[in-house]
Design a protein around this ligand. Structure first.
Ligand SMILES: Nc1ncnc2c1ncn2[C@@H]1O[C@H](COP(=O)(O)OP(=O)(O)OP(=O)(O)O)[C@@H](O)[C@H]1O
Ligand SMILES: O=P(O)(O)OC[C@H]1O[C@H](OP(=O)(O)OP(=O)(O)O)[C@H](O)[C@@H]1O
Ligand SMILES: O=C(O)c1cccnc1
Length: 487
């Protein structure tokens, strides 16, 4: 997706320190040492109870195209250190020139509902390659998962109503706008006003008109009539330029004219004032005039909380146009996804598990070659288990709450489950058929339907249980103890 927007190699879309570490690995003969990194986040955004994984499509595109161009190498050759000498020696640049992506990647499919500490993506391969990819992988997954989550929260409140994404003008630049349109659609929006996103990603495009259209005529009625004549098969009229109620009456007049010509008034849009009161009044006027199927679109700085409030107030809004608060993820503009080394293969060919210590328990990383198992019963999903592939769970698996080891649950052999991470690349070759954007969108709704309502509430959501498989928990505890003893 980003490759389509930028006519340049994106292989330097990384932080300089990834390259200085890569150089260090190369210099010290460690470049090819096999390593495993996990990409995960520690806390749900928006004080919510779930997160929607999104961005794998961009990751796949990025990795498939991964190769440093001659221009990239020339730029790296121009970088100098504090003594004015080149930062990187020629042999390293030659190594980079010949570098081809050779890692194994596993990831959760786009649209999967995920929880803190669960790997959304795991990468295994030469440590130099895994290291270079930290920044682009986080960049591609953090923002898209954030916006998909915001959109999914809005979908939960909207229920059967239509959701239109209007954010391009307020988005964080062209790429922010494009990725947000895609992630919003996956998260549950029905359409976007962003025409390039429609063209490139196959998202339905929809829209109304702006106040300037009305203001450019001598009267609102004339503006509405002219618009309806120009495009009788796509008429949604913005009624609030002067007086919303009068605007609805003008729209009804134009609706009658349309009907006489064999067309229907699609909708009216309210963009200011008391949206509850105005939508209720507009609905009455439209219904009384025989326009029951004309929809009421509302916009104006909406978010999931305002939508919930408007619904409680009995607002008769059937279509929600949402921009700024969605595409900028206004109340939490970043997902804190991280990328941590979890294992490294020693020269004897065995895995050495790695862990990052922290004073804060939540920041201590989990070692191992991780997979996530999601258990379900007739009622839906019940718990997730993070386990280590090198020490697979026994038939009767036990999960331990990593922050309270006394809290445990066991799952017998009859409990159904799904392992979430699927193979995406093997030795750098794509082995995954990426589902379409429409399938990813469906997956969000299918997944959400199987979680308890408490996990999905906006305020003080229930914490869905995610535990470490008992052996992994013990391995982690022992590693922490031995690292603390070494200090
Ligand atoms: N019934 C309502 N309950 C809660 N919030 C509402 C309601 N109606 C509108 N809002 C929200 O209140 C905020 C302010 O809307 P309002 O139309 O008063 O201001 P405005 O955007 O400055 O309007 P104008 O464009 O006329 O200057 C918007 O975010 C809007 O979505
Ligand atoms: O409010 P958002 O969720 O971002 O939705 C997009 C907004 O963009 C448009 O107006 P714009 O904000 O450009 O001008 P206005 O506020 O003066 O109507 C539109 O009328 C919406 O209000
Ligand atoms: O089509 C619309 O009504 C629209 C599009 C972008 C932003 N605000 C509104």
């Amino acid at each position: 997706m980003i490759n389509q927007l930028y006519d340049t190699s994106l292989s330097l879309l990384t932080d300089l320190y990834q390259l200085t570490m890569a150089y260090g690995y190369w210099k010290s003969g460690k470049a090819e040492q096999e390593a495993v990194f996990n990409l995960y986040f520690r806390k749900h955004p928006f004080q919510g109870g779930f997160t929607v994984a999104c961005g794998l499509s961009s990751v796949m595109e990025y990795l498939e195209a991964y190769a440093l161009s001659e221009a990239d190498l020339r730029y790296l050759r121009s970088l100098t250190g504090s003594d004015g000498q080149p930062l990187f020696e020629e042999g390293f640049l030659e190594y980079l020139r010949n570098l081809t992506f050779r890692c194994d990647v596993e990831a959760v499919p786009e649209g999967t509902v995920v929880f803190p500490n669960e790997p959304l993506l795991r990468i295994k391969g030469p440590i130099l390659q895994c290291q270079l990819l930290e920044t682009p992988l986080l960049n591609l997954i953090n923002f898209q998962s954030l916006v998909a989550t915001k959109a999914a929260r809005m979908r939960l409140i909207a229920k059967e109503d239509s959701l239109l994404e209007f954010g391009l003008r307020r988005a964080q630049g062209p790429d922010g706008g494009m990725t947000a349109s895609r992630a919003a659609y996956i998260g549950g929006f029905d359409a976007t006003s962003n025409v390039l996103a429609g063209k490139l990603y196959g998202i339905p495009v929809k829209g109304t008109h702006a106040h300037s259209w009305v203001m450019s005529f001598d009267s609102e009625l004339e503006a509405f009539e002219t618009y309806a004549r120009a495009m009788p098969n796509n008429v949604t009229l913005l009624v609030d330029t002067y007086d919303s109620i009068q605007g609805v009456k003008h729209a009804i007049e134009v609706g009658r004219q349309l009907r006489a010509r064999g067309y229907e008034l699609g909708g009216i849009r309210l963009d200011s004032g008391d949206l509850a009161y105005l939508s209720i009044e507009a609905r009455k006027l439209l219904d009384q005039a025989g326009f029951q199927s004309t929809s009421i679109v509302a916009s104006n700085d909406l978010d999931e909380y305002l939508m919930a409030s408007l619904k409680t107030q009995g607002a008769r809004i059937g279509v929600w146009g949402i921009g700024t608060k969605l595409v900028t993820a206004f109340d939490q503009p970043a997902l804190g996804g991280v990328y941590k080394l979890a294992a490294i293969k020693n020269p004897e060919g065995t895995w050495e598990y790695k862990l990052k210590l922290s004073e804060q328990a939540v920041k201590v990383s989990t070692p191992g070659i991780q997979q996530v198992r999601r258990f379900r019963d007739e009622g839906g999903f019940v718990a997730d288990m993070i386990y280590d592939l090198e020490t697979p769970p026994p038939a009767e698996a036990t999960i331990v709450d990593p922050y309270d080891f006394t809290r445990r649950r066991s799952f017998g052999t009859s409990v159904a489950y799904e392992d979430l991470l699927v193979p995406v690349f093997r030795a750098g070759q794509k082995v995954y058929q990426l589902p379409s954007i429409h399938e990813a969108r469906r997956r969000v709704q299918e997944q959400l339907a199987l979680f308890h309502g408490g996990v999905k509430r906006l305020v003080n959501p229930h914490t869905y249980p995610v535990g470490l498989e008992k052996q992994l928990f013990e391995l982690k505890t022992n590693l922490i103890l031995s690292l603390r003893a070494q200090k």
